[in-house]
Design a protein. Structure first.
Length: 99
């Protein structure tokens, strides 16, 4: 059983703070690195990076099963509006586990 724990700096929704620019560089969503508005889709991006990294040490999705690779690609979309919701990610991961 895996447990995902976030030791990052949390901000309340709508909170304007320079801390939103802090994070682990390799896992920060593009909008976060640019200092733009950050919401839960940045967490989806970081989770996608972690899945890719766990699956393939170089972070590529090349060796993943196609459904998982498709999901990770969506999670890593540059445009945060194109990333799936947390519920969609959960459902897709559950479906992938059934295969």
């Amino acid at each position: 059983e895996a447990v995902l724990v976030d030791f990052g700096i949390a901000l309340l929704d709508g909170q304007s703070d320079t801390l939103k620019r802090y994070g682990t560089a390799g896992y920060m969503a593009p909008e976060q690195t640019r200092g733009g508005d950050v919401d839960g889709s940045a967490d989806i991006y970081a989770f996608g990076k972690m899945i890719a990294e766990l699956w393939a040490r170089d972070g590529s999705a090349g060796t993943m099963p196609k459904p998982l690779a498709k999901l990770v690609a969506q999670m890593l979309a540059v445009d945060p509006n194109e990333r799936p919701s947390a519920d969609a990610v959960k459902a897709a991961l559950a479906a992938a586990m059934q295969v």
